[in-house]
Design a protein around this ligand. Structure first.
Ligand code: UDX
Ligand code: ADP
Length: 493
């Protein structure tokens, strides 16, 4: 086993930054350097304004920065000095060519591997942290083998990260498990033990699972696919509830008390977002297709289809309730991040819902406590999520500096992210400032305890997975509305 003195992490993003900050805090005798090609990002890590918002992260960084935690643009130096190199670069879904919209684009991983092979000397344990398709470690190893100099040797491990944004620091400090995949050779096992020794600083050995590299890579895809599947499952039930009069929260509670099912990840919503779920399920679909397993591919593809259906249905419900047109109507969209407690908007349901409403000519007034205006405008102008150019986005979208401004004179409020502050707003004040009838569309079920009161104030409350109490829908009414709802164009992913 190698005695580790220095760790380098390539990629100072949502995975690399928090992960290595916690490693630095837990391993005070090890120097941890996080590097990135994006100099602006590195400058932000070295400032008071961290480039990502994550509860508890600032405290960890402040405790270690300059002591044994460093953020740097000098990639070569950090690579040369490191015993262990984590690769935590982005692995976006391909937007062109073979595997378009399904396969992961490994160009950043490959660039990293080439770079490491060029500048490193001695023995290095290279750890793939980014979510990668199965057999990516093999590709990295082949790049190394093809470029190896006489004074250089590598072992490549898979060590997928399971942190969830918003709870990253808690997840990193108390992981359910740490997964390390490595080769079965003596050298491979030695590298596994070396990496395991880092986590053993704070994770019980019983929680550190070691597997083959490929099992580890597949486990990450499978874990995210299972979680996404649970959300699509409960969301499919929510559609049924909206037609039958059952309440999806009651159903989720009833089924979740069965210990075999469990009660977590059963929250019906506007659909899942985030950088991982969709990407990983699509990677899995692509993998199955390329391995000639079309039935398995179709099975997982349905998880995505239901998620897209959920976005469409939420937008359709808004349009239907607003008398089948939202053209020129002001809609306050509360929440743009893909979940609460993060400023990350990657694959956020808000983007898709906004796009549907913009296609119908709605005037969107968007408020999110942690997402910057430029990010929202960029997400909505991006060609793959909107048929409209930046000018049309500018004419339809305004960013509010607080929720009251967003709701002022609005026809409707659509809650798309479950930020706690949205539960505590002065809805009486908001109601008075809105046009009547005033609608609230609760896409996150965060106002359940306030429903009666909101209705007494005069709001028409429409909530995911439940029939509105004010205007009961019947199965026939729903199908009529569906027929009348304007056709919504499919989003290109
Ligand atoms: C996920 C995995 O949880 C994590 O293990 C992996 O490392 C990365 O991908 P993340 O995407 O950060 O983490 O957030 P997560 O809490 O899983 O939520 C993903 C999406 O599902 C969010 O949009 C969230 O709002 C939604 N969600 C989650 C639901 O709609 N209902 C639920 O019950 C749970
Ligand atoms: P994740 O959510 O997987 O952490 P992010 O996009 O937040 O993804 O972060 C990935 C980071 O990796 C980005 O800051 C990007 O600049 C960085 N990166 C990509 N390729 C390289 C590379 N070859 N060398 C160094 N950093 C890289």
């Amino acid at each position: 086993m190698v005695h580790v003195k220095c760790i380098c992490c390539i990629g100072a993003g949502y995975v690399g930054g928090p992960t290595c900050s916690v490693i630095a805090q837990m391993c005070p005798e090890i120097a941890v350097t996080v590097v990135d090609v994006n100099e602006e990002r590195i400058r932000a890590w070295n400032s008071d304004q961290l480039p990502i918002f994550e509860p508890g992260l600032q405290e960890v960084v402040e405790a270690c920065q300059g002591v044994n935690l460093f953020f740097s643009s000098d990639i070569d130096k950090a690579v040369r000095e490191a015993d262990i190199i984590f690769i935590s670069v982005n692995t976006p879904t391909k937007t062109f060519g073979l595997g378009k919209r399904r396969a992961a684009d490994l160009k950043y991983i490959e660039a990293c591997a080439q770079h490491i092979a060029e500048v490193a000397t001695g023995y290095k344990v290279v750890v793939e942290k980014s979510t990668v398709p199965v057999r990516a470690a093999e590709s990295i190893q082949r790049i190394f083998n093809a470029n190896t100099k006489s004074n250089l040797s590598f072992q490549v491990l898979s060590n997928p990260e399971f942190l969830a944004e918003g709870t990253a620091i808690v997840d990193l400090k108390n992981p359910d498990r740490v997964l390390i995949g490595g080769g079965e050779t003596v050298e491979g096992q030695r590298a596994v033990m070396t990496l395991s020794s880092i986590y053993e600083h704070w994770v019980p050995k019983s929680c550190i699972i070691t597997t083959s590299t490929w099992s580890s890579e597949l486990s990450k895809l499978a874990a995210n696919a299972f979680l996404a599947q649970r959300i699509s499952s409960i969301n499919s039930i929510s559609a049924l509830c909206e037609v039958t009069g059952a309440d999806v929260e009651e159903v989720a509670h009833a089924i979740g008390t069965d210990q075999r099912i469990g009660n977590r990840f059963l929250k019906a919503s506007v659909g899942f977002g985030g950088s991982c779920f969709q990407k990983n399920v699509l990677n899995l679909v692509y993998l199955c297709e390329t391995l000639n397993l079309p039935e398995v591919a179709q099975y997982w593809q349905q998880v995505i289809e239901i998620n897209e259906y959920q976005h469409r249905m939420f937008a359709s419900r808004i349009i239907s309730c607003l008398f089948n047109t939202v053209t020129d109507k002001k809609i306050a969209l509360l929440g743009f991040a893909f979940k609460k407690d993060t400023g990350d908007t990657r694959e956020s349901s808000s983007i898709h819902i906004s796009k549907y409403l913009m296609d119908e000519g709605a005037q969107l007034h968007i408020y999110d406590p942690k997402v910057k205006k430029e990010q929202i405008m960029q997400d909505l102008s991006h060609s793959s999520t909107s048929m409209d150019g930046p000018e049309r986005v500018l004419s339809l979208v305004s960013i509010a500096s607080d929720p009251y401004e967003a709701c002022d004179n609005a026809h409707a409020i659509a809650i798309c992210t479950e930020w706690d502050i949205f539960k505590e707003l002065d809805y009486e004040k908001i109601y008075k400032a809105m046009l009547k009838p005033a609608f609230i569309f609760d896409g996150r079920r965060i106002l359940d305890s306030l429903h009666d009161w909101l209705q007494q104030l005069g709001f028409q409350v429409e909530t995911i997975g439940k029939i509105s109490q004010r205007i009961p829908f019947t199965a026939s009414a729903i199908s009529k509305l569906d027929l009348q709802a304007p056709p919504l164009k499919k989003i290109k992913i």
